[in-house]
Write a protein that binds this ligand. Structure first.
Ligand code: NAI
Ligand code: MG
Length: 400
């Protein structure tokens, strides 16, 4: 097996805990790699005025693959207060290193699989026609455009004259908003480019084919947001016709999709959406399959740089516990996504099967799986620690 170099980015809080737990699991599955630690997060903001130092960017640029825990992020004003006094008034302004990474590397494709594990007490259940409780198996993989749309930050309150005049050229703006004083106007733009839209759509179709999903569902709102969602729908049809005639293209509106996901989540496979709708729909499906303790993700760019990370944050309130109680599965599943990216499918499968076996057996559960409030006493109330959950998964790997 090739020995790889992986840039590990533990970050802050529980990110530091779960990341190293996932390395133990990778090791147990036989993955051989050199891990180089990259500095990222709150400590580097406080002491250097940069939560994403240049040396970390250089490492990722060199090695292309990052495994990331989580970071702490705070509003600009709070960040300024916590900055080391020697760095005050030197022009340092806090900005999120996650957004920084995404922008620097153009990580425009975000993937969030939401798959239920049989026996997970956090799985979505519903009442069936005969009144019986049903637990549909959810196996959804969401492709979210990660760099554009409503989150691209092109926005104004009290827009400058030239922007205002440009809006005034649009008949609908003139009709509905020209009577509003300019200083009372806030505008956030939703910009889609053809290139990035095609990239996310093609990534979704390619994944559907590779992993044998029969359909790709575009989740937007083309009947109302005619230009951006409309372009995405048009391109989706073109890509399907040109290269994926065997894969069904479905089209849902984000609002209806949010209702349907609590009625028939088993009917969806690969879902693709723009930035904000992808964000919304992926949190929705994650809630059906175990929530933050289970939600993994990956971000890619066109030239193969990829970062794998749990969806959750640094959960600072748990970071100082003498024995960590958080669920490491989201992080471990993110490491599995990394293995898949490196074409180590057998190892990824082995780890997933081990997690599935632990969950199905139902003996080893972290506090979230027991639906306990997160407090230090959970360990005396039947919950296992982060380390014990990892140990249980590693033990299963050795038996598979
Ligand atoms: P969070 O995801 O850190 O925690 C929210 C709650 O989710 C926790 O209190 C806990 O109840 C639960 N939770 C999170 N991870 C869990 C796990 N592995 N197992 C079991 N339960 C888990 O989000 P929060 O509290 O909004 O943000 C905390 C910090 O993290 C903030 O500074 C925020 O900016 C940052 N953040 C970072 C992210 C990242 O690094 N990707 C993503 C989200 C938030
Ligand atoms: Mg979100």
């Amino acid at each position: 097996m090739t020995r790889r170099t992986i840039v590990i980015l533990p970050g802050d809080g529980i990110g530091k805990t779960v990341l190293f737990e996932s390395l133990r699991v990778l090791d147990a599955a036989g993955f051989q790699a050199e891990y180089i630690e990259g500095d990222i997060g709150w400590e580097f903001w406080k002491h250097e005025g940069d939560p994403l130092p240049r040396r970390t960017i250089d490492l990722i640029e060199k090695y292309h693959t990052g495994l990331f825990g989580a970071i702490t992020s705070k509003p600009k004003e709070e960040a300024a207060v916590e900055l080391d006094p020697s760095l005050h008034d030197k022009g340092f302004v806090y900005s999120s290193p996650i957004v920084g990474l995404r922008q620097y590397f153009g990580l425009d494709v975000s993937i969030r699989p939401c798959k239920s594990f049989t026996g997970n007490p956090l799985n979505f259940i519903r009442r069936g026609k005969d009144g019986k409780i049903e637990e549909p198996r959810v196996d959804v993989v969401i492709f979210r455009q990660n760099t554009e749309g409503l989150y691209s930050g092109v926005e104004w309150t009290n827009p400058p004259e030239e922007v205002y005049q440009a809006f005034m050229t649009h008949p609908k703006f003139r009709k509905n908003f020209s009577h509003v004083p300019r200083e009372e106007l806030s505008v956030s733009t939703r910009i889609f480019t053809r290139k990035a839209t095609e990239h996310i759509l093609k990534a979704a179709f390619a994944y559907a084919r590779k992993f044998k999903y029969p359909s790709v569902t575009l989740c937007e709102k083309p009947n109302v947001i005619r230009e951006t969602s409309g372009m995405m729908y048009r391109l989706a049809r073109e890509i399907k016709e040109a290269s994926y005639p065997d894969i069904e293209l479905r089209n849902t509106n984000i609002d209806a999709q949010m209702m349907w996901l609590t009625k028939n989540p088993e009917d969806y496979g690969v879902i693709v959406a723009g930035n904000m709708f992808g964000d919304i729909v992926s949190d929705g499906f994650a809630g059906l399959t175990g929530g933050l303790g289970f939600a993994c993700s990956a971000q890619f760019n066109e030239s193969g740089t990829a970062i794998f990370e749990p969806t959750h944050g640094s959960a600072p309130k748990y970071a100082g516990y003498p024995e960590s109680i958080v669920n490491p599965i989201a992080m471990i599943l993110s490491a599995c996504m990394m293995l898949e990216h490196l074409e180590e499918h057998t190892m990824a499968e082995k780890i997933r099967n081990a997690i599935a076996a632990v969950v199905a057996e139902g003996k080893v559960k972290t506090y979230d799986m027991l639906k306990l409030p997160g407090k230090p006493d959970v360990l005396s109330r039947g919950a296992v620690s982060t380390r014990q959950m990892t140990d249980a998964i590693i033990k299963k790997i050795s038996l598979i």
